[in-house]
Design a protein around this ligand. Structure first.
Ligand code: ST9
Ligand code: ZN
Ligand code: ZN
Length: 338
């Protein structure tokens, strides 16, 4: 094993094939089901091409976020509360929006909810929903291969942030172009966000979080910008990236020991319910991304609330019998099975 490989997740040679029921065969197809046919057919590694613009911007962002931490004691309580609320809304735009709704189609959302999630998604500035869902589907379908944008076998740093600082492996683009993305293209809300993405990010990710504390309760512009905009943005980014890095490396595998994604409660907590990653890669169509409902899972509580309000419906869930059978068939035995 190379030095890089020593820290990387192990790749198991043979993956367990899901039954039709385990793969959610009755759902609207989203091309996110694991496909093992490409493994072992990966070509020679192309040279790494660093994107210096991204290196500089990401360094600048993280240094500014550190300055935001220094400013926290001098900020007003209302600014703390506002930053926390903005963190939650940005996070929901990713978890309940780009991830569970648009990448995996785990539930249906009415127009007002889709519009809210789109605005919330722009607060998180993680590429537009179309690009996010396309990269995420290719991540699920070709997990831990060269066609996975944040292939965790390339190490913690690469899967956390490094993949955003390099040109993509050509296989990511090649395999991505073959995905069925027709449902995304047919969603006018997603296409609208894509068209006006830069403006929406300037307004939702930077302008509003800065101006609201300054205008409504007299916070200094500097505190508002560095805490509510920059620090909050950097925290949402890192909480999300931990799923690609930590949750692909640290934790147990009660559902499928033949794949790398793990159950990681620390990540689940910071990423409002998205750290049950062994479960999620085993059953990507489950709206809760976990078998434990709302436990450590604010996103599930939010979707449940939306269902209660009539704004969401058709939440897909794996039955307890299927989960138990899968644990017994392919799990690592680390979990309670009843
Ligand atoms: C960010 C994203 O942070 C984070 C995503 C994380 C995902 C986590 C998932 C975990 C589960 C969910 C949990 C959520 C938890 C949330 C918790 C919250 C508390 N297929 O991209 P280009 C085409 S973003 C098909 O330039 P390069 C593309 O269309 C942060 N085609 O590639 C284009 O074609 P054309 C902010 C693809 O040049 C061409 O290829 N954003 C695919 O290699 C070139 O595309 C940034 O920092 C595909 N998959 O550059 C920006 N991909 O020309 C970062 C590409 O015809 N991005 N194509 O249009 C970049 O600067 C660049 O993409 C790059 C690669 C430098 C990384
Ligand atoms: Zn993953
Ligand atoms: Zn996913």
């Amino acid at each position: 094993m190379t030095n890089r490989g020593a820290h990387a997740a192990e790749v198991c040679a043979k993956k367990a094939s899901p039954t039709a029921e385990e793969a959610g065969a009755d759902r609207v197809m989203t091309d996110d089901v694991f496909d093992d046919s490409y493994r072992g057919k990966e070509g020679p590694k192309p040279p790494r091409r660093i994107v210096w613009r991204n290196v500089i911007l990401m360094s600048f962002l993280h240094l500014s976020a550190l300055y935001g931490i220094v400013l926290i004691p001098s900020a007003m309580y209302l600014t703390w509360a506002w930053s926390g609320l903005y963190f939650l809304m940005s996070a929901l735009g990713v978890t309940a929006g780009a991830h569970r709704l648009w990448s995996h189609r785990t539930y249906k959302a009415k127009l007002p909810l889709r519009v809210f999630l789109t605005f919330a998604n722009s607060m998180a500035f993680q590429n537009d929903i179309f690009e996010w869902a396309r990269d995420h589907r290719v991540h699920h379908k070709y997990s831990e291969t060269d066609a996975d944008p944040h292939n965790a076998t390339r190490g913690f740093f690469f899967s956390h942030i490094g993949w955003l600082l390099l040109r993509k492996h050509p296989d990511v683009i090649e395999k991505g172009k073959r995905l069925d993305l027709s449902d995304l293209k047919a969603d006018k809300v997603i296409m609208f966000q894509r068209r006006f993405y830069k403006t929406s990010v300037i307004v939702m990710c930077f302008f509003i979080p800065t101006v609201v504390p300054w205008y409504f309760w007299g916070e200094s512009l500097s505190n508002a910008y560095f805490i509510s905009a920059i620090l909050r943005y950097a925290l949402v980014l890192n909480a999300t990236w931990l799923i690609n890095s930590a949750a692909h490396m640290f934790g147990n595998r009660p559902y499928d020991k033949t794949i790398n994604p793990r159950e990681n409660r620390l990540v689940a907590f910071s990423a409002i319910g998205e750290g049950f990653h062994n479960y999620h890669h085993t059953f990507p169509f489950d709206y809760s991304a976990s078998e434990f409902g709302c436990g450590y899972n604010l996103t599930t509580s939010f979707i449940d609330l939306m269902c209660f309000l009539g704004l969401a419906a058709d939440c897909k869930q794996v039955s307890k019998e299927v989960i138990l059978a899968r644990k017994q068939r392919t799990g690592d035995g680390s979990h309670r099975t009843g």
